[in-house]
Design a protein around this ligand. Structure first.
Ligand SMILES: Cc1ncc(COP(=O)(O)OP(=O)(O)O)c(N)n1
Ligand code: TZP
Ligand code: MG
Length: 218
């Protein structure tokens, strides 16, 4: 059985980890406990994206983490990623599903809007992303979302919920307590110049989640 979708969702950024540093920084986040990694790299050309995505996909396999490609379902299919993340202008869930098949994950950005969340759920999304919850250095203009909206989404939807936008080790727990299954983080992870600090930040974000229940062996 596959692992439930929960925990730290690390998202790469080409400004913060330029060139191939994305590979060592992503590995540091995985060592620190990230359970999902998203490759988000708009400026790179197609060949570079394909090459880096393929390497990140292998890295995630080594760590037992899921690998998601931002925006581009065709690239996700090509590198056998675990799924794709789609914003509201990144194409229809149905088209991505045709490219990827039923076993892959499709996540959808719903900002702070429950109507968009309902539409994504109806179209067959596998997780719903809400945010930005806090000031974001990576995407300052992203539409805002409130903790109340997150709580209401938790009541309405059984799909995994991702909280994004300005998440850091100090504020992650309040999102988890409000119902987030995953916290998606860019700057508070990859804003560190040193991979050891990326790993340490990932550990702190991972620690914001409650430990799984301990089962004694029979
Ligand atoms: C997990 C997650 N949530 C939201 C986003 C934002 O997607 P989008 O609105 O398409 O914006 P870009 O990331 O493409 O700039 C995301 N990537 N991941
Ligand atoms: C891509 C995206 N979508 C909404 S906020 C955001 C940026 C998240 O980055 P950070 O964790 O640095 O605020
Ligand atoms: Mg997008």
């Amino acid at each position: 059985m596959s692992q439930p979708l929960q925990g730290l969702y690390a998202i790469t950024d080409p400004q913060l980890t330029p060139g191939d540093r994305v590979l060592s920084a992503a590995e540091a986040a995985l060592r620190g406990g990230a359970t999902l990694l998203q490759y988000r790299d708009k400026p790179a050309d197609a060949d570079t994206r394909r090459h880096r995505a393929a390497r990140l996909a292998l890295l995630c396999k080594d760590y037992g983490a899921r690998f998601i490609v931002n925006d581009d379902a065709a690239l996700a299919a090509e590198v056998e990623a675990d799924g794709v993340h789609l914003g509201q202008s990144d194409g229809a869930v149905g088209r991505a599903r045709m490219l990827l098949g039923d076993d892959k994950l499709i996540g959808v950005s719903c900002h702070g809007r429950l109507d968009l969340a309902q539409k994504a759920a109806d179209e067959g999304a596998d997780y719903l992303a809400l945010g930005r919850f806090f000031e974001s250095r990576t995407k300052p203009g992203a539409p805002p979302a409130s903790l109340d909206t997150l709580r209401e989404a938790r009541r309405r939807f059984s799909l995994p919920l991702v909280a994004i936008g300005g998440v850091n080790p100090h504020n992650a727990r309040q999102l988890i307590e409000a119902g987030a299954d995953l916290v998606a983080v860019i700057h508070a992870l990859f804003g560190h110049a040193d991979d050891a600090d990326v790993e340490a930040a990932a550990r702190r974000l991972h620690a914001a989640f409650p430990a799984p229940p301990f089962k004694e062996s029979q």
